[in-house]
Design a protein around this ligand. Structure first.
Ligand code: PMV
Length: 327
C-alpha cells in the first residue's frame, strides 16, 4: 500500500499551448520533449484504512489549498481505477527550490501518478500511466516514458498518450537551464493557455504545427543538430509570440531573459551551434551538443551569469519506482 516514485521535469521542444478539451486536458497539438536529469520530484504515497482524509505535504515548502485539491483529484482518478476509497498520505520533495521558477507540475504529477498506481497495486501499462498523468497536468504525461518523448494529441482520452521516441543515450545533448529571477507573479500555464485562441497568430500556429512536428522528428532521427536547434528556437519564439498577443497579453520574459537570448545569438554568430528555448516562465534553456558545455558556460560567466544559477541537464529516464521512501 506504499510506493515511491521519482520523475524528471521535461523541456518541450515542440510546445503544448492550448487545450481543445479542458476537462480531459486534450491538447490542440502533439508535443515533443526531453526528460531532464537535473530537475526531478520524488513522491511517496501510502494508502491506509486509518486515515480519514488525504494528508498531503511538500518537504521544504507548502502546497496551496488549490494545489492540494488538484493532488486529491489525481488520487481520486487512481482510486477509481482500483475501486477503492482508501485515503492516502502523500509526501513530495523537489530537488530544486520552489523559488527557482521551475515548473514542478510535470515532474510532480508524473511521480504522484506512478507512486499512487503502484501503492494500489494497479499494474498499468506505461501508456495508461501517461494518460492518467495527463489528466493531472498535460506536460506530466511526457515525464513518464524515457528520454525523448512525443505526446500524441489524439482525439479522445484513450488516444492522447505519450511514448518514448528515443532512449536517453540516443543523443548526447545538454540543456543548461539559466535561472532568472521572477519579478512578477507568474500566471499559471493552465490559466494562460485557456486564452491561446484569442491571439491573432493562433490559427497560423495551429496550421503550421503538423509540418513542424514532422521536421523536428526527422531532425532528431538524423541527429542534425543545426536543423533541430533552428526548429526548436523558432518554435519557442512562436509560442511566446502567441502568448504575448493573447488577450489579456501574457509575457513571461524579463530583461534578463532577453539578455540571455541575445547572448546565445552572439555565441551562434561566432560559429557555435547553440540554441535556446523557454517554457511558461522567465528561465532560459540553452540547448547544445554536450561538447560545447564549457564554452557556453564560460561565455555566460563572462557576461555576469553565476554558475550557481545554472542547472546542467542530460537526457534522462522517465518516471520510475524506487525502494527508498520519504516517510
Ligand atoms: O502542463 P502544463 O500545464 O505545465 O503546461 C506546460 C506548458 C509549456 O511548458 C509552456 C509547454 C510545454 O509543452 O511544456
Amino acid at each position: 500500500m506504499k510506493a515511491t516514485a521519482v520523475a524528471p521535469s521535461n523541456i518541450a521542444f515542440i510546445k503544448y499551448w492550448g487545450k481543445i478539451n479542458s476537462d480531459l486536458r486534450l491538447p490542440y497539438n502533439s508535443s515533443i520533449s526531453m526528460n531532464l536529469s537535473g530537475v526531478y520530484s520524488t513522491t511517496t504515497v501510502e494508502f491506509s484504512q486509518t486515515l480519514k482524509n488525504d494528508e498531503i505535504s511538500l518537504i521544504g515548502g507548502v502546497f496551496s489549498t488549490a494545489e492540494k485539491s488538484r493532488i486529491t483529484n489525481q488520487l481520486n482518478l487512481v482510486r477509481e481505477k482500483a475501486k477503492t476509497s482508501l485515503k492516502a498520505k502523500v509526501v513530495t520533495q523537489n530537488n530544486f527550490p520552489k523559488s527557482a521558477g521551475i515548473a514542478s507540475s510535470a515532474s510532480g504529477f508524473a511521480a504522484l501518478t506512478v507512486a499512487a498506481a503502484e501503492a494500489l497495486n494497479l499494474k498499468l501499462p506505461e501508456s495508461e500511466l501517461t494518460i492518467l498523468a495527463r489528466l493531472g497536468s498535460g506536460s506530466a504525461s511526457r515525464s513518464i516514458p524515457d528520454g525523448f518523448v512525443e505526446w500524441l494529441a489524439g482525439d479522445n482520452s484513450r488516444s492522447s498518450y505519450a511514448y518514448s521516441i528515443h532512449q536517453p543515450e540516443y543523443w548526447d545533448i545538454t540543456d543548461l537551464i539559466i535561472l532568472v529571477s521572477e519579478r512578477t507573479k507568474k500566471i499559471s500555464s493552465t490559466a494562460g493557455m485557456d486564452k491561446a485562441a484569442t491571439s491573432p497568430l493562433w490559427e497560423k500556429r495551429l496550421a503550421d504545427l503538423p509540418q513542424k512536428i514532422s521536421e523536428m522528428k526527422s531532425a532528431i532521427s538524423a541527429k542534425n543538430f543545426e536543423l533541430f536547434g533552428s526548429i526548436l528556437e523558432e518554435e519557442a519564439l512562436n509560442m511566446h509570440a502567441v502568448m504575448q498577443s493573447q488577450t489579456p497579453a501574457l509575457n513571461y520574459w524579463t530583461d534578463e531573459t532577453k539578455k540571455i537570448m541575445e547572448l546565445i545569438r552572439d555565441i551562434r554568430r561566432d560559429g557555435n551551434n547553440v540554441y535556446f528555448t523557454i517554457d511558461a516562465g522567465p528561465n532560459v534553456h540553452v540547448i547544445m551538443e554536450s561538447v560545447d558545455l564549457e564554452l557556453v558556460k564560460n561565455r555566460l560567466m563572462a557576461n555576469g551569469f553565476k554558475p550557481d544559477a545554472m542547472i546542467v541537464n542530460r537526457p534522462a529516464r522517465g518516471a520510475r519506482l524506487i525502494t527508498e521512501h520519504l516517510f
